[in-house]
Design a protein around this ligand. Structure first.
Ligand code: ADP
Ligand code: MG
Length: 576
């Protein structure tokens, strides 16, 4: 007797179903995608017991003629592609012709459908077999009802979780489709209670507001960038808000919701140095790329895609998010949380600033307070385009204040300087040009054992930054040359405090070693709160901050710039 046999089709279908249909959420996703592929404008979803006992999805799409309705349940039956070539840049969610067959093989399914208002068809199937084909009357569109999922597949049934957690997964699937296809009206009921009622929305921000509230939506920063043929759009969390609420990740590629760690990582890389370690931002990103750069047919649930030129794509995403964060729209607008009561859904209090005014100077890494090469004192006439600097006032020797058309702006002088120095030091470490100045009298530093260890561990980086330091036996250091970031720079104190911070391992972050050192030295070398600044120094700081890549955030993820809209000021004075 032969040991090999070709499996009966019912078994084949159940095996295939295992790849497509994992739980109620996967049924909901497939049925919703079918409705959307059929050009539905409104979809009603009705779920019982997390989808374990019943899922019903009704749409107002194109519907099916009788023969198509029967054929739809067969494996590899699809109206969406005909040839393999059609796979390139396929515009519909479905194309494998597998979902309905897979669903039908593991539950009872009923399809009611009509291609025009009036006479329609009803098809009932169970265990993968069509049991009944009849007539019905209904409006144009399709209603698919799935009952008792996995009733005939006990091993699969055993893997389902409680109705509650199945519902949670289903709600996630709904949310993801609601974000991807915000043009469609979506309503959902779970166990007889309304769970979702979404009118068509005109923007991602509006859909986000409908899902999670206007305040949440208003606080997100808009991403909108084109590099080459790649378009990156979406909404991302301000660094200062990251970690304060549930983290939400949502990614579409050409309208298809997918998971992709590489792209998420690239977007997170744009937050480099603005977030404390372990804190990760919410990201809602929509990528549009030429169809021939993506292969959508690599995952049975189509939850992942494969990219040609992945590297290019990730770079585009990082650049786009970085640009978005570089605007001070991403700095917290004072009063956003406390004062904006029921703020508008679009362009609320939190999104009114742009740092373009800070950016008039193209003189990237321009002189701050002094000439970095020679340490020569600051000379106002060297500053570029001085007319672009508004009158600045120093408050409490801590903040610089100026006015703009939209409101009042405060800059934290220490945070701002820290950001400036961080980017300069990072540039020095990454590109290896270290302006340093020989000291007439070398400094001697006596260190504790932990600080000495920290020095040894980072000696190469200190050197790269422009410190010329010798170990001098035991725990004594001899400093012969130092970088000269500004005239007030106290090299001895900076090195001491940096080693102290490194030794205290308060920086156990995932950031690369050189970034950590650049951040620490920047923090220690920056002017402090309490330092009185001359008008020239204030202007220089203003311009240097404007020339940084991320002016709105310091290296710890705190704001460097706070914007108080006139609206808020007026409100406080009872003028509105
Ligand atoms: P695929 O979506 O990959 O084509 P499915 O098994 O999900 O495969 O569906 C098979 C076919 O049934 C589809 O190609 C489509 O023609 C038809 N169909 C399924 N659902 C609907 C619907 N809600 N409205 C209209 N046609 C549908
Ligand atoms: Mg489908």
């Amino acid at each position: 007797m032969p040991r090999i046999a070709v499996l009966p089709s019912t078994v084949v279908d159940q095996i295939a179903a295992g790849e497509v249909i994992e739980r109620p959420a996967s049924v909901v996703k497939e049925l919703l995608e079918n409705a959307l592929d059929a050009s539905a404008r409104a979809i009603e979803i009705d779920i019982t017991e997390g989808g374990r006992s019943r899922i019903r999805i009704a749409d107002d799409g194109t519907g099916m003629a009788r023969d198509d309705a029967v054929l739809a349940l067969a494996r590899h039956a699809t109206s969406k592609i005909r040839r393999t070539d059609d796979l390139v840049g396929v515009g519909t969610f479905g194309f494998r012709g597998e979902a309905l067959a897979a669903i039908a093989s593991v539950c009872a399914i009923e399809i009611e459908t009509a291609a025009a208002d009036g006479a329609g068809t009803v098809v009932r199937a169970a265990g993968g077999e069509v049991r009944e084909v009849g007539e019905c009357s209904r409006r144009r569109g399709t209603t698919v009802t799935v009952t008792r999922l996995f009733a005939n597949a006990p091993s699969r049934l055993a893997f389902l979780r409680s109705p509650r957690s199945e519902w949670r997964a289903t709600a996630d699937a709904l949310t993801s489709i609601a974000l991807a296809r915000r043009d469609v009206r979506l309503t959902a009921e779970h166990d007889g209670r309304q769970a979702l009622a979404l009118a068509p929305a005109t923007s991602l921000r509006a859909r986000v507001a409908a899902l999670w509230g206007g305040a949440y939506a208003d606080a997100l920063v808009e991403v909108e960038d084109v590099s080459g043929a790649i378009h990156v759009a979406g909404l991302v969390e301000r660094p200062g808000d990251a970690g304060t609420a549930t983290r939400r990740i949502f990614l579409t590629v050409n309208g298809r919701a997918v998971r992709d760690h590489g792209i998420v990582r690239a977007a997170e890389a744009a937050y480099r140095s603005t977030l404390p370690s372990g804190v990760r931002p919410s990201l809602l990103l929509e990528l549009t790329v030429p169809g021939d750069l993506v292969d959508v047919n690599v995952h049975p649930m189509k939850a992942e895609v494969r990219f040609r030129e992945r590297w290019m794509l990730e770079r585009a995403v990082e650049a786009a998010v970085r640009r978005a964060l570089g605007t001070s729209a991403s700095a917290p607008a004072l009063g956003y949380r406390a004062w904006s009561v029921g703020g508008s859904q679009e362009g609320g209090v939190g999104t009114v600033v742009d740092t373009e005014v800070l950016r008039r100077s193209d003189d990237a890494l321009g002189p701050l307070l002094d000439d970095p090469e020679t340490g020569a004192p600051y000379r106002p006439e060297r500053l570029p385009d001085e007319a672009a600097v508004p009158p600045l006032v120093q408050l409490r020797n801590t903040y610089l204040m100026f006015e703009r058309e939209e409101g009042l702006v405060l800059i934290d002088q220490h945070s701002a300087h820290e950001r400036v120095l961080f980017e300069r030091f990072l540039g020095t470490l990454e590109r290896g040009e270290a302006p340093s100045q020989r000291l007439l009298f070398p400094l001697t530093l006596h260190l504790g054992p932990a600080e000495a260890d920290a020095f040894e561990e980072h000696q190469d980086l200190f050197t790269a930054l422009g410190f010329e330091v010798e170990g001098f036996g035991g725990h004594t250091l001899l400093i012969r040359a130092v970088p000269m970031p500004h005239p007030r720079f106290d090299a001895e104190r900076c090195i001491r405090e940096t080693l102290d911070a490194l030794a205290g391992s308060r920086f156990a972050s995932a950031a690369p070693r050189h970034e950590r050192l650049a951040a620490t030295v920047a923090c220690k070398a920056a002017i402090k709160a309490g330092d009185a600044l001359s008008p020239g120094e204030m202007r220089a700081l203003y311009l240097a901050l404007g020339a940084t890549a991320l002016p709105a955030h310091d290296v710890h993820g705190r704001a460097t710039i706070v914007h108080i809209p006139w609206d808020e000021v007026d409100r406080r004075f009872g003028r509105r």
